[in-house]
Design a protein around this ligand. Structure first.
Ligand code: C2E
Ligand code: CA
Ligand code: CA
Length: 739
C-alpha cells in the first residue's frame, strides 16, 4: 500500500512539475496553471510579472502586487515601463522594452514604501515566442535590499552598487531558461527540466534524469562542487542552491548552466520535491568573452586598449626599425582614478578618462600610438630624433597632465586625489613590443608610488631590477624544493583588549645570494608562471602546522590567516587543499582564515560564491583583503559569505591628514557593522591612527605599530600568551576584586 502510494505520489509529483513546466513554456492560459506558476516563481524568486510586447497583457504575482500596493504604485503596464523603459529614449514600450528586459537581464528597480522603507529588486527576464508569434516576457525579481544597509550607504556607493549588479548580471544574463525540479525517491535523486533544456542535454522532454547521469555529463573539474551543492540542498542542509556547471550536450559541446533553487517551506515545495530555475548562460558568457577578446579599443575613450596597443605598437615598431628611427614609449598612470570612481561615481571617472585621452592625444601629435592600457594607465609611443627631444617631450607631457590635474574647474577634493606618475624608455633595436612595454612600465613603478609627478627614464638601476625579475623567474621553481621559502607572521591585535587574536602568514624567500626577497618581488612572477598554486598550497599547510604547534605548546589559540592567490582560487581545487591542510595538521577549522581580494573574487563571481560556501562549510573563516582599493562595493559583500573586511593600508595611511580617506574608512566600517562583519585595519603605524580607527569602530588592528611580520619564533616569544598564565592572571584579578 505504501509503495503504491509512493509510486502514485511520484507520478503526481512528476506530473506536477511537467505541468508547471508546460505552463511556463507552452503558455497555456488555464487559470489554475497560471496561479501555480506564479506561486512557484515567487517562491523561488521573490517577485514575478509577465507581460506581452505591446503591454496589452500584464500579470503580476501576488507578492509583487502586495509590495506595489504598499508603495502606492498601481500594478499596471506603467510599472513594467518604469522598470524596463530605456532611460535614454523614454519609456516607449514595445519591442525595445523586451530587448531591454532580456538583454540587460540585470535590471534593478527601486521601491519606496509609504512607511519610508526603500529597497531594490534585481530582475531577470526570459522572452518566449507564443504560438501566435507574439513575444511574451517573464520577469523574475529577487529582493536584494537589506533595509538597514541600503539606508546606510551613501548615494555614491549606491550608484556603485547599481553598476556592479549590472555587471554581475550581464555576466549571467540568461539566453535560455527553464524550471528545474529535483525529485527524491528513496535514496535516488532525479532531475526534471524544461523540454528544450532536456533536448539540449539529449533527453526526451518526458524524461526524468537521474542525478548521477546528469553529473556524468558535468565537466570533470566542476563535478565535486556541483554534487556537493546539490546534495546539501536536497538533504535540507542548505535552503538555497546556486551553482554553475559546464555540461556536455548531445552535440558533444559544453554549455554552461546556472542552477538556482530556493527551498521555501511555506510555499509549494514538498519534502520529495525541490524546485527552482536553470539558466543556460553559454551564449551570454561567450558574448562577453568575445566582447572582451575582440575589441582593441577602449569603449569609453576610443583609444587602443592594452590588446590593441600591443598590436598597433608592434607594427609601429617594425616600421620604425625599417626606417631606422628612434622610438620612445611613455607610460603614464593617473593615480587614484579608481578612488575617484568610488567617490564620484563611474560617470565622473568616464568624463575624466575621456579628457585625459583627448589631452594626451593632442600632446602626442598625429604620428603617435596612444592607448588606455589599464584602469588608470595610458601609454604613448612616438618617434623622437634625440634623447634631448625625448626629454623635452616628456616634460611637455608632464606639464600638460599636471596642469590638467590642477585644473581650476576641478573640485578641490578631486585635485587632492589626482596626480600622475610617468615612465619612459627608448627603444633598443633588439626588444620586441612586450619587452619594450615592460621596460617602460617598470620605469613607472620604480619611483615612489605617490602622486609626485615623477617622470623617469629606463636606466641601469631599473635594468638591474628587471634582471632581478629574471632571477626570480629562473629560480622560484627551485626555491620551494630547496626549502628557501619561509612564512613570517604579523600579529592582529584586538583594539579593545590589546590582546593578539590572530596572525597573518606572509611569505619570504631566503635566497642564497640575494638575501631576503619580499613577496612583492616574487609572488606576481610566481603567479604568471603558475607555480604560485604549489607555493600557496605549501603555505597553507605550513601555517596550519605552525598554528597547531603553538596550541600544543599550550598557548592561547589564535586564528592564522593565509593569502589566497587568484590562481589558487580558480585553477586549483582550493577546497581540497584546505581540507588537506586541516586534516594533515589536525588544526580546528575555526583557527584558519583565508584572505582574498575583491578584484579576484569578481573575476568569476558565481564560481567564487560556490567555492567560498564550500570553505565556510568546512568551518574556515573568510576575509576580504585590501578593501577600499578595488570595486569596494556593497554587492560583493552582500553575496559573498565574508566574515571580516580588511581596510587597505592606503586608506589608513591617509586617515590622519585626509578627510576623504577618513570618510571612506568610516563608510566601510559602518557598512561592515551593518552587515555584522568584523572590521580590521591594515598598515597601522602610529598611535594616532589607532585612536582614530578606534573612534570609527574598528575591531582589529594590524601594522608596524605592533610588529612587522616576523619569523614564527619571534612572534611566539613576543606575543603568544601561555594559556596557564592567563588562567593564573584571571584568578589573580578575581581575588583582587573580591578583596
Ligand atoms: P597583503 O596581504 O596586503 O599583506 C600586507 C602587507 O602589508 C605585508 O607585506 C605586510 O608586511 C605589509 N604591512 C603590514 N603592516 C604594515 C605597516 O604598518 N606599514 C607598511 N608599510 N606595511 C605594512 P608583504 O609581507 O611584503 O606582502 C605583500 C603582499 O604579498 C601581501 O599583501 C600579499 O598580497 C602577498 N603575499 C604575501 N604572502 C603571500 C602568500 O603566501 N601567498 C600569496 N598568494 N600572496 C602572498
Ligand atoms: Ca593579506
Ligand atoms: Ca592587504
Amino acid at each position: 500500500m505504501e509503495i503504491a502510494l509512493l509510486i502514485l505520489s511520484g507520478i503526481l509529483l512528476v506530473g506536477l512539475v511537467a505541468s508547471v513546466t508546460a505552463a511556463f513554456f507552452a503558455l497555456k492560459n488555464a487559470k489554475a496553471e497560471r496561479v501555480r506558476f506564479d506561486e512557484l516563481a515567487e517562491s523561488v524568486f521573490d517577485y514575478k510579472m509577465d507581460w506581452t510586447e505591446d503591454l496589452s497583457e500584464v500579470t503580476f504575482g501576488e507578492n509583487l502586487k502586495r509590495l506595489l500596493v504598499s508603495c502606492g504604485i498601481a500594478p499596471d503596464k506603467k510599472y513594467v515601463q518604469s522598470v524596463f523603459g530605456n532611460d535614454m529614449e523614454g519609456a516607449d514600450g514595445g519591442m525595445s522594452l523586451c530587448v531591454n528586459a532580456v538583454r540587460r537581464s540585470g535590471v534593478i528597480s527601486e521601491y519606496y514604501s509609504a512607511v519610508g522603507i526603500s529597497g531594490l529588486i534585481h530582475w531577470k527576464s526570459v522572452s518566449v515566442t507564443q504560438p501566435n508569434g507574439r513575444i511574451k516576457v517573464y520577469s523574475l525579481g529577487r529582493d536584494i535590499s537589506d533595509e538597514m544597509v541600503s539606508r546606510k550607504i551613501t548615494e555614491q556607493l549606491r550608484q556603485q552598487v547599481m553598476e556592479e549588479f549590472e555587471y554581475i548580471s550581464t555576466a549571467s544574463s540568461n539566453a535560455d531558461a527553464g524550471i528545474l525540479a529535483f525529485i527524491t525517491e528513496g535514496t535516488s535523486v532525479y532531475m526534471k527540466t524544461s523540454a528544450h533544456i532536456c533536448a539540449l542535454m539529449g533527453f526526451e522532454n518526458t524524461d526524468t534524469i537521474h542525478l548521477d547521469q546528469f553529473l556524468s555529463m558535468v565537466k570533470k573539474e566542476d563535478v565535486l562542487v556541483v554534487q556537493r551543492q546539490i546534495n546539501r540542498f536536497i538533504s535540507g542542509e542548505s535552503d538555497a542552491l546556486y551553482v554553475e556547471a559546464s555540461v556536455k550536450t548531445s552535440l558533444g559541446i559544453y554549455h554552461t548552466f546556472t542552477l538556482e533553487c530556493k527551498y521555501n517551506k511555506g510555499a509549494i515545495d514538498y519534502q520529495h520535491l525541490r524546485t527552482g530555475m536553470i539558466f543556460d548562460i553559454t551564449v551570454s558568457r561567450m558574448n562577453r568573452e568575445e566582447a572582451f577578446k575582440d575589441t582593441q579599443r577602449d569603449p569609453i575613450t576610443g583609444l587602443y586598449n592594452r590588446n590593441g596597443f600591443m598590436i598597433e605598437g608592434g607594427e609601429y615598431l617594425s616600421k620604425g626599425k625599417d626606417e631606422d628611427e628612434r622610438i620612445i614609449l611613455i607610460c603614464i598612470q593617473v593615480i587614484k582614478l579608481r578612488k575617484i570612481s568610488m567617490l564620484f561615481g563611474i560617470e565622473v571617472t568616464d568624463t575624466l578618462s575621456k579628457l585625459y585621452a583627448e589631452t594626451l592625444t593632442r600632446v602626442a601629435g598625429e604620428n603617435a600610438v596612444v592607448g588606455k592600457v589599464g584602469v588608470e594607465d595610458y601609454a604613448l609611443m612616438l618617434r623622437c630624433e634625440s634623447e634631448e627631444e625625448a626629454e623635452v617631450l616628456l616634460k611637455r607631457v608632464s606639464i600638460v597632465v599636471e596642469s590638467f590635474c590642477n585644473n581650476e574647474t576641478l573640485p578641490s577634493v578631486l585635485k587632492e586625489q589626482s596626480g600622475f606618475i610617468a615612465g619612459a624608455c627608448f627603444h633598443n633595436s633588439t626588444d620586441d613590443i612586450s619587452v619594450f612595454f615592460n621596460k617602460a612600465s617598470v620605469t613607472l613603478f620604480s619611483g615612489v608610488r605617490k602622486p609626485g609627478k615623477i617622470c623617469s627614464f629606463f636606466d641601469e638601476k631599473i635594468e638591474k631590477a628587471v634582471s632581478g625579475r629574471n632571477i626570480v623567474e629562473h629560480e622560484i621553481g627551485e626555491a620551494l624544493k630547496l626549502g628557501e621559502l619561509e612564512l613570517y607572521y604579523q600579529p592582529k591585535i584586538s583594539i579593545k583588549t590589546g590582546d593578539i587574536v590572530g596572525a597573518e602568514a606572509l611569505m619570504r624567500w631566503n635566497h642564497k645570494t640575494q638575501g631576503l626577497i619580499m613577496p612583492n618581488e616574487f609572488i606576481h612572477v610566481a603567479e604568471e608562471m603558475e607555480i604560485i598554486t604549489k607555493i600557496d598550497e605549501w603555505g597553507m599547510l605550513q601555517a596550519c602546522i605552525q598554528n597547531k604547534l603553538w596550541q600544543e605548546k599550550g598557548y592561547d589559540p589564535i586564528k592564522i590567516s593565509v593569502n589566497m592567490s587568484q590562481a589558487q582560487l580558480y585553477q586549483t581545487d582550493v577546497v581540497a587543499s584546505v581540507t588537506n591542510a586541516l586534516n594533515e595538521s589536525g588544526i580546528d577549522p575555526g583557527c584558519l582564515e583565508v584572505e582574498l581580494t575583491e578584484t579576484m573574487a569578481m573575476i568569476d563571481i558565481d564560481r567564487t560564491i560556490s567555492i567560498l560556501y564550500s570553505l565556510k562549510d568546512l568551518g574556515v573563516s573568510i576575509s576580504m583583503d585590501d578593501f577600499g582599493t578595488g570595486y569596494s562595493s556593497l554587492s560583493s559583500l552582500k553575496i559573498l559569505p565574508i566574515d571580516l573586511i580588511k581596510i587597505d593600508r592606503s586608506l589608513v595611511y591617509d586617515i590622519e591628514t585626509n578627510v576623504t580617506a577618513r570618510c571612506i574608512t568610516k563608510a566601510i566600517v559602518d557598512l561592515g557593522k551593518a552587515m555584522d562583519l568584523t572590521v580590521l585595519a591594515e598598515g597601522v603605524e602610529t598611535e594616532h591612527q589607532k585612536e582614530l580607527l578606534d573612534e570609527l569602530g574598528c575591531d582589529i588592528i594590524q601594522g608596524y605599530l605592533y610588529s612587522k611580520p616576523q619569523p614564527a619564533a619571534v612572534i611566539e616569544r613576543m606575543f603568544l600568551i601561555p594559556a596557564a598564565e592567563r588562567k593564573k592572571e584571571k584568578q589573580r584579578q578575581k581575588e583582587i576584586s573580591q578583596v
